[in-house]
Design a protein around this ligand. Structure first.
Ligand SMILES: Nc1ncnc2c1ncn2[C@@H]1O[C@H](COP(=O)(O)OP(=O)(O)OP(=O)(O)O)[C@@H](O)[C@H]1O
Length: 938
């Protein structure tokens, strides 16, 4: 490689551009203000008028990527096509718009797709040169280089040679059209590391470098002519992350690698901008190491700094602007590269094509200059021997040569297809060979590509029909367009076949004419051959017709089914032809054998009879047994001679046929491969479509749900509106009958809704009631407990009374077997708490002392009452006690004589014995009896 000396390219500065993006919704929502604004090609601070930076170009938020490309990147791309290395890269903080600028999207294609499109337009505009384009696509993720075109290419190493740094083992694909290159990028993007942070949902976590290697040479060049080789690097850097970027774990680790490499880039740029720095730390990061040859001044560089005007990012934007300012000072030297060494792939291909063509020529020549076409007819015996020995050899050699020829043709076809040439001003005059004219042309697809107002990057699925070096894209239109290219090739090929068939027919017609002349004397001998030839000619004609028909069909073809039908037809033709050829070869062999045996017979006979053969003696020296035999011998010799004369021609015809058939076979197998690949692609598409359909079904379901909800809401609202209208009309329904009819379903719906809400309310109330009941029960239980405690206290009080009475009565009762003890037990026998209590028996009541005691008790009760500590229970007890007249305790409920008193939960005493024993609930208040029974002594 050396610099161009004829043109003065001179020094240039890095072109530095700033692109504002509009404020994001997030920033607006947060209440951010614009901290920076565009003033021509100056970026100024809103807050500090003294802060201003001037650049080569500043694009405001409304500028499109096309503006950016046309202004700052096109020049680099054009230079790369002339052999000057070029680099375009986007720099900025996360979410500032780097990926938007470099890749873009369906509506706004970025710099990369536009550069690719431009490259192919330039090829189209340069008819005197031929180009070879290769692409590679790699990412630097966490300081590891990965090949995005080859998932197996991980952790690749950087090497250095005389031309600079390069990545060892990176995959390079030869590209044939814009869509081909874009499909490769789309495939590569699948493998790129992308993650989300709080600024950007799809934040690039790696730097990506898309490299287009361009080789070109003059079309009419000599073997030692120069080839220009250049590289166009299109770089989308990962965004620097500030402390505001909320990241954890893996994202933080990625962020630190990103920041480190960008810091190194900043240092390298700062040092380069100083101009006299001794050591530039390229090796401190993989990014700077890879960009070393570009940054060190070899080629053009455009730096697009993307920024946001948002005040929340003011500091980061300021840093970006400072970085850009420094970069502006770097000087570069843009000169085209010229190479003549082995690195030139285009040269290698061209050499190989020339060599292969020469080989092909030799083979062809060898086939036409075979030694069997001897004119020495003096020694037919030797000829026969040679014929026999050489026949087999020749047959196998022929086959080998055919195979070699087919392989060479295929290779030439492939290689020539890889080299791109313009279809404009086709220099066919200087390249008369068919192979050259069949070089791959992307013009047709390119024109269609131009027709699109914008590039559709999403429509380039990574699928290619590599066998035929044409591209099979998933997108229907593109796919169809590429097929058209194939069809054009097929038409060319079919036309060639038609020409060949026409030649064959002409050959057979002349043979037929000759045989017909010979058959004039002996029609029987040549009848079969003549018939065969006629059939052959007919067949060839019909084949020709079919091929012509196919050309018409190909011209009209617009869909796959027709294509496959035509292929089927051609395949069947090919089979038929192969079959016929086999039959004819077999017939020829039989014919040859017959002729040879005849010749041998007549030679032997002639030599026996001393007949000297020779053209001058043939007519007079034959002495056969009879005239007929002599004539036969003579004829046989003539036939042999004529056969020997015709044999090379026949062979030639057969060779031509074999060639055609093998050509057709290889073409059909290519087509078949192509179709198989297309089938695979269609299957993939079908699979994708199925997935889409499933996703769509889910979405539709969701939407239906939403619609239902909305309808319901609508109904409610209508209902409310109706009721409001009704209210507005002071209770009288003001809607028309039609409206009413329309409203009925809504009203029913609303009533249902109301009913439902009432039911809900009812359920709620019921629940509240039951909760309240539970609470009541609990309170009751507590009340019972407190009652129990109270009763205990009462009991204690009663005991106290007894004790008191005892203490007051000094003389205990002396006479009568009076059981004066009343046992107070608990209602539940198991508790069985017995306490000694006061003697309140009828007998004791009868006694004066006891009456006195009772009176005292009464007094005590009176005292208690006046002190406020008396309650209902004591009242009852008092009533009981004062029922002195009867001396019998009668139940106030059942009026039976009572032997026991039961303290009821309602605080009454029940004096019914049966009740006391049997009743489990209070006859008065109906609550369960769990209280004491006061048993009277009988
Ligand atoms: N000039 C622009 N016009 C409109 N939208 C833009 C522009 N630039 C960026 N955006 C939008 O801003 C968002 C972030 O942009 P982008 O992903 O390109 O940022 P980035 O700098 O590549 O971020 P990161 O470094 O995190 O990958 C995207 O939604 C993008 O569509």
């Amino acid at each position: 490689m050396h610099s161009d000396e004829s043109v003065d390219y001179g020094k240039e500065n890095i072109s530095v551009t700033v692109r504002f993006r509009p404020m994001s919704e997030r920033e607006i929502h947060r209440g951010d203000n614009a901290a920076w604004y565009v003033d021509g090609d100056i970026v100024r601070s809103e807050f500090n008028p003294s802060v201003a930076y001037t650049f080569d170009k500043v694009f405001g938020a409304s500028a499109t990527t096309r503006n950016v490309y046309d202004t700052v990147a096109r020049n680099v791309v054009r230079g790369a096509m002339e052999g000057i290395n070029g680099t375009v890269f986007a720099y900025g903080v996360t979410s500032s718009g780097k990926t938007h600028t470099m890749h873009g999207d369906q509506n706004y294609p970025g710099v990369i797709p536009q550069a690719i499109k431009d490259v192919f337009s330039i090829i189209q505009e340069t008819p005197d040169r031929e180009f070879l384009l290769r692409v590679s696509y790699l990412e630097i993720y966490n300081e590891v280089i990965n090949d995005l075109l080859d998932p197996a290419g991980q952790n690749l190493r950087i090497r250095e040679d005389a031309q600079g740094t390069y990545v060892e083992g990176v995959k390079e694909e030869v590209v044939l059209s814009p869509s081909h290159a874009l499909s490769l990028i789309a495939a590569g993007e699948e493998h790129r590391h992308v993650g989300s942070n709080n600024f950007n949902l799809f934040s690039s976590r790696s730097h990506t470098i898309f490299t287009l290697t361009i080789e070109s040479s003059l079309r009419a060049q000599g073997p030692d002519d120069e080839v220009t080789l250049s590289q166009l690097n299109l770089i989308d850097l990962a965004g620097s992350e500030s402390s505001k970027t909320e990241t954890t774990g893996l994202r933080r680790k990625e962020g630190s690698y990103i920041n480190k490499s960008l810091l190194t880039l900043g240092t390298v740029i700062a040092k380069l901008s100083e101009g006299k720095a001794s050591h530039i730390p390229y090796r401190d990061s993989k990014l700077t190491r890879l960009l070393q040859s570009s940054l060190s001044g070899n080629g053009r560089i455009t730096l697009i700094c993307t920024i946001t005007p948002a005040s929340s990012n003011m500091e980061e934007t300021h840093n970006t602007l400072k970085f850009a300012q420094r970069a502006k000072r770097i000087e570069i030297y843009a000169a085209p590269n010229r190479i003549m060494d082995e690195r030139s792939l285009i040269k290698k291909y061209q050499k190989e094509i020339t060599k292969l063509k020469q080989e092909l020529l030799l083979i062809k020549r060898g086939m036409t200059e075979r030694p069997y076409a001897t004119t020495n007819q003096e020694d037919l015996l030797t000829l026969r021997q040679q014929l026999e020995a050489g026949q087999l050899k020749m047959q196998s050699r022929l086959e080998e040569e055919e195979q070699a020829k087919a392989a060479l043709m295929g290779r030439i076809h492939k290689l020539t297809k890889l080299i791109l040439v313009s279809t404009k001003n086709n220099l066919s005059g200087s390249f008369p060979d068919a192979a050259h004219n069949r070089r791959h042309s992307f013009a047709e697809s390119e024109e269609r590509y131009d027709e699109q107002s914008d590039l559709d990057t999403s429509s380039f699925p990574p699928d290619r029909c590599t066998d035929s070096c044409s591209i099979d894209l998933g997108n229907g239109q593109e796919h169809f367009n590429i097929c058209l290219q194939d069809i054009a090739d097929q038409i060319d090929l079919t036309r060639e076949q038609v020409k060949m068939l026409a030649g064959e027919i002409a050959l057979r017609s002349s043979s037929l004419k000759r045989l017909s002349e010979q058959a004039a004397n002996h029609p029987d001998d040549f009848q079969v051959q003549i018939g065969k030839l006629r059939d052959d000619i007919e067949d060839k004609k019909s084949q020709m017709q079919l091929l012509e028909q196919r050309i018409t069909e190909l011209g009209e073809r617009s869909s796959y089914p027709e294509m496959s039908q035509a292929i089927e037809k051609l395949t069947s033709q090919l089979n038929e032809k192969a079959f016929e050829l086999e039959i004819r070869t077999a017939d020829n062999r039989v014919l040859e054998e017959q002729l040879q045996s005849k010749v041998t017979f007549w030679f032997l006979k002639a030599s026996h009879q001393k007949i000297v053969l020779g053209p001058q003696t043939t007519n007079c020296l034959i002495e056969a047994n009879d005239a007929g035999e002599r004539l036969c011998a003579e004829k046989a010799i003539k036939t042999v001679v004529s056969h020997q004369e015709n044999y090379p021609k026949k062979k030639e015809t057969e060779d031509a046929e074999i060639e055609v058939v093998s050509q057709e076979r290889s073409r059909l197998s290519e087509e078949n491969n192509c179709l198989q690949m297309k089938n695979v692609k269609l299957e993939e598409e079908a699979c994708y479509a199925r997935d889409l359909a499933a996703a769509a079904a889910t979405e539709i379901k969701d939407l239906t749900e939403q619609i239902k909800k909305l309808v319901f809401q609508n109904t409610r609202l209508s209902n409310e509106a109706l009721s409001i209208t009704c209210q507005g009309k002071t209770g009288r329904i003001s809607v028309s009958s039609v409206d009413r009819r329309l409203m009925i379903p809504y009203a029913v719906q609303a009533l249902k809704e109301e009913l439902r809400s009432k039911r809900e309310k009812q359920a709620y109330l019921e629940q509240t009631v039951s909760e309240k009941q539970a609470l009541e029960k609990e309170l009751k239980r507590k009340l019972d407990e407190s009652k129990q405690r109270e009763a205990d206290l009462e009991n204690d009080l009663a005991s106290m009374w007894v004790l008191l009475a005892k203490m007051k009565t000094n003389d205990p009762p002396t006479s009568g077997p009076v059981q004066d003890v009343v046992e107070i037990t608990e209602c539940r026998p198991e508790r069985n708490v017995s306490t000694a209590v006061a003697p309140i028996s009828p007998q004791s009541v009868e006694s004066a002392a006891n009456i006195q005691k009772i009176k005292e008790q009464h007094q005590e009760l009176e005292r208690l009452r006046t002190s406020g500590s008396e309650d209902k229970e004591t009242d009852d007890l008092k009533a009981l006690l004062y029922d002195e007249d009867k001396h019998a305790h009668v139940c106030k409920v059942c009026f039976e004589a009572a032997t026991a008193a039961v303290l009821l939960p309602c605080r009454h005493f029940c004096l019914c014995q049966p009740c006391a024993v049997a009743c489990t609930e209070c006859p008065l208040c109906r609550s369960s009896i769990s209280d004491r029974i006061v048993t009277f002594a009988s």
